[in-house]
Design a binder for this molecule. Structure first.
Ligand code: HEC
Length: 150
């Protein structure tokens, strides 16, 4: 039989052990945080860097495409474009295989609508992508077809 004093001592030792355990757990967690902080920092920096690299790459390829488009530009006048791409079906702006384009701005008061129509094409009328007619040429073409007279 153990006396009361020994039992008290045992309980005290147990409590001390439990406390020690909690303390060492806490220290472990603290150490983990301490070491993972730089790691987290490193990882987020790396992610940010690769993201900005990716954005730079996208930007560069966009600039390259724009330069390509510009260099592909044939820099034709509205009339030259019309004769090359439209005249077969709209001869002299009059009705042919396609309808007459005289006074076209009455039907399409908005240039952007006309541009969209020419870019997309309609029925048998072929689409005209920027590779074929660049934006500057398209603007000139619009001016030209809006000025077509009988
Ligand atoms: C292969 C023949 C063809 C060619 C080439 C062509 N078109 Fe057309 N175009 C048509 C036909 C057909 C229509 C009528 C489409 C419809 O309404 O379904 C049309 C319609 C249009 C219209 C709308 C007319 C309206 O009254 O709504 C415009 C504007 C037009 N063409 C402009 C052009 C221009 C500018 C070009 C040159 C870049 C061009 N077309 C080249 C056949 C052609």
């Amino acid at each position: 039989m153990r006396d009361k004093c020994t039992i008290k001592k045992d309980t005290a030792r147990n409590e001390a052990n439990a406390f020690g355990e909690v303390a060492s757990r806490a220290a472990e967690i603290a150490r983990l945080c301490f070491y993972s902080f730089p790691l987290l920092f490193l990882v987020s920096t790396l992610v940010a860097c690769s993201l900005s690299e990716e954005m730079k790459r996208i930007e560069a390829s966009k600039q390259y495409e724009e330069r390509e488009d510009a260099s592909r530009s044939t820099d034709l006048t509205g009339e030259q474009i019309f004769i090359r791409s439209c005249n077969t079906c709209h001869p002299g702006g009059k009705q042919g295989m396609g309808p007459s384009l005289i006074d076209i701005s009455k039907k399409y008061p908005d240039d952007e609508m006309l541009k969209a129509l020419i870019r997309k094409g309609k029925g048998i009328m072929p689409a005209q992508p920027p590779k074929v007619i660049n934006d500057i040429e398209l603007a000139r073409l619009i001016v030209y077809i809006k000025a077509l007279k009988e």
